[in-house]
Design a protein around this ligand. Sequence first.
Ligand SMILES: [Fe+2]
Length: 422
Amino acid sequence: MTYYFKCGDSSVQAMSDEYSFKTMPSPGPNAYPSRIAVIGDLGLTSNSSTTINHVIKNDPALVLMVGDLTYANQYLTTGGQGASCFSCSFPNAPIRETYQPRWDGWGRFMEPLTSRVPMMVIEGNHEIEPQVDGITFQSYLTRFAVPSEESRSNSSFYYSFNAGGAHFIMLGAYVDYNITGTQYSWLMDDLHRVNRSLTPWVVAAWHPPWYNSYNSHYQEFECMRQEMEALLYQYKVDIVFNGHVHAYERMNRVYNYTLDPCGPVYITVGDGGNIEKVDVDFADDPGKCPKPDDNKPEFGGLCHLNFTSGPAKGNFCWSKQPEWSAYRESSFGHGILEVVNSTYALWTWHRNQDAYKEDTPGDQIFIVRQPKLCSPTTKETSDPPQGAQESEPTSPSSTVILSSKMMWLMSLLVALFGIVVR
Ligand SMILES: [Fe+2]
């Protein structure tokens, strides 16, 4: 359905131009938003501009923002210059105060995209913006409407929504995530209610990654992983999107730090282009393994662990790229998810520096759902939707990496015949 709208005050003839946007397809296994853009840690810099121009060029039907939107919380202290390590540069800054004109400017900056494409957001640490009397998250809560009531969470810090055959779960990393808390019990109910016949894909998103091999924020949210990972695994969440680390990283399917064909594909896109610059060091680089308390979360405790098995057994950091890390690159960019049917989704990461030349993907894979392999515990029918066939497992990981020629051929076959090749 297309909605037409104007913003402003008609009583004083101060109305905007007319804009329109399309709502998401109704839940069902055969209809998906054409392209879903995933952006993290955007900010408001020349790199942010390149990212958003690139996103607009890729013509998404839905935008997912995985936290740290404006960086307005450090604008006054840094004089707009930013700091790659805020607490190092400004150890005596009492709070990371908000600066509302920066939020307004970011809103105008985003208008060419958000005036016509629905955008769903989740909070990051830069949205905390502490004020007197313990007040937090005021800009985030005031400026964005999220379907918390509709998804029965009754909290803007975590909620869910459907977009065609995909169910999205947005989680809060800066509010209670413990098994005993209300977010966890809501998540359990929400996952239980998902009807995989209607929404075969379940995609989760929150700000700080659980799986991250960069030095920056390494194992920072290990406590959250230890509380929630088993539940996401039990309900066979397909994909997890995160930000926070200012670089790109895609993981192999993993559960409890062990490769597992039934674990989610984790993808970090905290590379939107903010003023804190890109993260370049890996925790497995010589001399770059952080000390356990180098990366303190802005919410929750420290639960750092040394690995108990595998090549990094007994150590806090790996000595090479971990086996669960499939691809990592320190460039700004954004991702596009194109769900083809209930089995296949194409994920493409677009680097900013490729925006102005032949737009070669920085990273591209088909993500393949294999519900029969992974014995679902949810209400999933065993029959694939019309026109689709479940694929047999092709590798220990059900993330299939194909050459660009094969992907082109596959896309063509799907487009022409509505079938899926093995
Ligand atoms: Fe962050």
